[in-house]
Design a protein around this ligand. Structure first.
Ligand code: CDP
Length: 224
């Protein structure tokens, strides 16, 4: 079976993880949510009262952080399941500041590249096609209108029982998009060879069908 690397990048809350997860499942690949790793680092710093400006302290604690995923793709931080906590607004409101810190990025990218050594992975994030796997066989840049993104995330948070207002979610997405796109170290941008999928008016099934078609064209021979 020929295994490839699939990179999915895009702005906050445009459905990257929904697509990446289902694509990985259909191909028999491993799904890796790189954003969850930045969220877990953020949670650790919040818990220990370390700010994103304290780069030396961050550099000192990074080796103490063990990040892994369980078989349900839930995030484990030093063995503790933090999946629910990292999705809450207190983490969303600070994660982009933390993800802009070069020491954090260096440590995360190193681990992500290691995870991809076996190939057969779908990884979603902001810099996967540009920095983590510039040689990925398939790069998708996912987009959706900002209104659609805010509505989807608000609904997702409501279903999970996390309190938020649509205004708060909209503000957070705009804030993160701004920092993620303008930071100096590996800003969010479309790789030159990425294929755009705008899913504003696409159903999940239609989006998955399009991505599967692209994966097969790129040489994936997994079960689908
Ligand atoms: O799912 P959502 O769009 O809310 O974001 P996420 O994928 O969980 O990522 C959370 C944050 O982590 C982003 O806003 C970025 O600041 C950062 N991130 C990054 O810098 N690079 C990545 N490869 C993935 C996430």
């Amino acid at each position: 079976m020929h295994k490839i690397i699939i990179a999915i990048d895009g702005h906050s809350s445009c459905g990257k993880s929904t697509l990446a997860r289902s694509l990985a499942q259909r191909l028999g690949y491993t799904y890796i949510d790189s954003g969850a790793m930045y969220r877990a680092v953020t949670l650790y710093l919040l818990r220990h009262g370390i700010s994103a400006a304290e780069r030396e302290r961050i550099d000192a604690v990074l080796p103490k952080l063990q990040l892994s995923f369980n078989d349900k793709n839930e995030m484990l931080l030093n063995g503790e399941n933090v999946e629910h906590e990292i999705r809450q607004m207190k983490v969303s409101n600070y994660v982009s500041e933390v993800a802009a810190v070069p020491e954090v990025r260096r440590a995360m990218v190193e681990q992500q590249q290691e995870m991809g050594r076996q190939r057969g992975i779908v990884m979603d994030g902001r810099d996967i096609g540009t920095v983590v796997f510039p040689d990925a066989e398939l790069k998708i840049f996912l987009t959706a209108s900002s209104q659609t993104r805010a509505q989807r995330r608000h609904e997702e948070l409501r279903q999970k029982g996390y309190p938020s207002t649509i205004a708060e979610v909209e503000k957070n997405l705009a804030h993160r998009d701004h920092i993620d796109s303008t930071r100096e170290d590996s800003p969010l941008k479309q790789a030159a060879d990425a294929i755009i999928i705008d899913n504003t008016r696409l159903s999940r099934e239609a989006q998955l069908a399009r991505a599967l078609e692209l994966a097969h064209q790129a040489g994936a021979t997994g079960s689908s």
